[in-house]
Design a binder for this molecule. Structure first.
Ligand code: SF4
Ligand code: SF4
Length: 364
């Protein structure tokens, strides 16, 4: 497993995590064995916005003995009273549910207590007016919840909630379909979505990625909006390249799904490459570096993607970005304007010009 460090909490989080959405469908033994297998492979981050109530019992059975090695995202607003997922902002229901989930999970604390799935401004108002936010904050004061999270599909509302300064982790749906305006949750323009990811990194808010395969839509030629399928490895790489992202949480049904997600760890560069998407880049982000490093190798030894990321993060207000940039071995001023990256970049980034701009901005 590879791990990324949460910039605020210092937590060491595995880049491949567990989306538990569909695991309730598996027979109990198979589900529990899959969860144990995931943990043995170094998976340590688990989202619990699942589709079915059985998941909590399965997770409790698999992970109670190793609870301290795992991080749980528990959602204040996910309701399983019918046995299936439901969404609520009713305070009494939320309270009953959190208590029930903790009981099923056989734990007495929550690593990340989430403001759950708010996409409309009135959802956020209800969440506050009904007292759910206060309840979550009280649970934090009492030490049951360690950190506050937020899940949303809407960049604008996510920005409003980030303005409160309460949120330390955000779960967001990141995949090329949604980022390029295809699919149910393709909310906000490509530029707005990218700006949100940059803001998270600049402010030290970690991102956990839901729906990295766009609910499977991207994996089949017939349903992929790009007319051809992407692989799971490409989708995971795409999400991990976005600023702020700490972990990707594919929905796991069984061991085969887990193995396919973990295959990213050993995949060679050419399997991770998603340059094919360059052909479909929306107009508002054409010419924007997406940090994919398809243009490598640079003959002067520059890490083109990382240099661009630090530049964009500095522009987004990240106080650490300039320092990170200066610590790189090679800087934009080392660019010899050979034009290799301009020719290789599938996203039409005029990189030789950009390197001059970056060198001028950082003075090196
Ligand atoms: S310049 Fe193009 S190919 Fe290179 S990292 Fe940026 S987007 Fe990728
Ligand atoms: S133009 Fe500059 S950054 Fe791009 S490949 Fe050539 S030396 Fe590297």
């Amino acid at each position: 497993m590879e791990y990324r460090i949460h910039p605020k909490t210092g937590d060491r989080i595995g880049v491949i995590g567990l989306g538990t959405g569909p695991i309730f469908e598996a027979p109990e033994r198979e589900a529990v064995d899959t969860l144990i297998y995931a943990h043995e492979q170094g998976v340590n981050y688990v989202d619990l916005a699942t589709a079915g109530a059985e998941t909590f019992r399965y997770v409790g059975e698999a992970y109670a003995p190793v609870r301290g090695e795992l991080f749980y995202q528990v959602h204040f607003g996910a309701n399983y009273e019918t046995g299936e997922y439901g969404w609520t902002t009713d305070l009494d229901t939320v309270k009953r549910q959190v208590e029930w989930q903790l009981n099923q999970l056989r734990t007495d604390y929550i690593d990340f207590g989430f403001i759950h799935c708010l996409d409309e401004a009135h959802d956020w108002r209800d969440y506050q007016d009904n007292g759910v936010l206060d309840y979550l904050l009280d649970m934090k004061k009492a030490g049951v919840v360690r950190r506050i999270g937020l899940s949303s599909h809407t960049p604008e509302l996510a920005g409003t909630i980030l303005d409160t300064g309460l949120v330390e982790q955000m779960m967001f749906s990141i995949n090329p379909a949604y980022d390029y305006q295809h699919g149910e949750f393709a909310i906000g323009s490509a530029g707005e979505r990218l700006a949100l990811y940059r803001r998270c990194e600049a402010e030290g808010v970690g991102i956990s990625v839901m729906k990295p395969y766009s609910a499977g839509q991207l994996l089949r030629g017939e349903t992929s909006p790009f007319g051809r399928p992407l692989t799971k490895v490409q989708c995971i790489q795409y999400a991990l390249d976005k600023p702020g992202v700490l972990t990707v949480l594919p929905g796991i049904r069984n061991r085969a799904d887990m193995e396919e997600a973990l295959a990213w760890l050993d995949a060679p560069e050419e399997e991770r490459d998603y340059a094919v998407l360059g052909t479909f880049t929306p107009r508002d982000v054409a010419g924007t570096c997406v940090y994919c490093n398809h243009c490598q190798p640079c003959p002067a030894g520059l890490n083109v993607g990382l240099i661009n990321k630090y530049f964009d993060l500095a522009a987004a207000g990240d106080p650490m970005a300039a320092d990170h940039y200066r610590k790189l071995e090679k800087h934009a001023s080392d660019c010899i304007s050979c034009g290799h990256c301009d020719r290789r970049c599938p996203f039409h980034v005029p990189q030789t010009d950009r390197m001059k701009e970056i060198a001028a901005r950082f003075g090196v």
